[in-house]
Design a protein around this ligand. Structure first.
Ligand SMILES: [Zn+2]
Length: 136
């Protein structure tokens, strides 16, 4: 048996990307609770996958989201219910597609990898369609 290298957990500061200081008044108690919950689920997923990933987009205050090309107006990033992880080689997206049961257990939904080339979008609430893997 090969022991797995431990995967360091993503931290809140990775998720907030400094925006918790710049947009402090927007970061409500509810959003902070959401961020903790999102990280808890995503860290479990990364541990299961044995992969280390950086946050490419975490919390987006409204002003930031408005400047993100293609970002949905009602993006789950606004309420700390979504995260984008760097996934240049698509290995994490592929792992997720092959382990939808793990996503289900953890309560995570995946944006269709065809729409997220280079990153992996996960969220802790179902999309309107209810599909585990969904088109934005
Ligand atoms: Zn995203």
């Amino acid at each position: 048996m090969t022991p797995r290298k431990p995967v360091p957990a993503l931290l809140l500061r990775d998720y907030y990307m400094g925006r918790d200081k710049l947009y402090r008044s927007e970061l409500t108690r509810e959003l902070r609770a959401n961020a903790r919950d999102t990280l808890r689920r995503v860290n479990r997923l990364l541990r299961r996958a044995g992969m280390m990933r950086k946050v490419s987009s975490g919390w987006r205050p409204a002003a930031i989201n408005a400047g993100v090309p293609g970002a949905a107006k009602g993006s789950r990033h606004l309420t700390c219910l979504a995260i984008d992880l760097e996934d240049r080689d698509g290995a994490l997206d592929a792992w997720c597609l092959a382990h939808l049961d793990v996503l289900e257990t953890l309560g995570l939904w995946l944006e269709n990898p065809q729409a997220t080339i280079g990153w992996c979008h996960l969220q802790t609430r179902p999309p309107r369609s209810g599909s585990r893997v969904f088109m934005p």
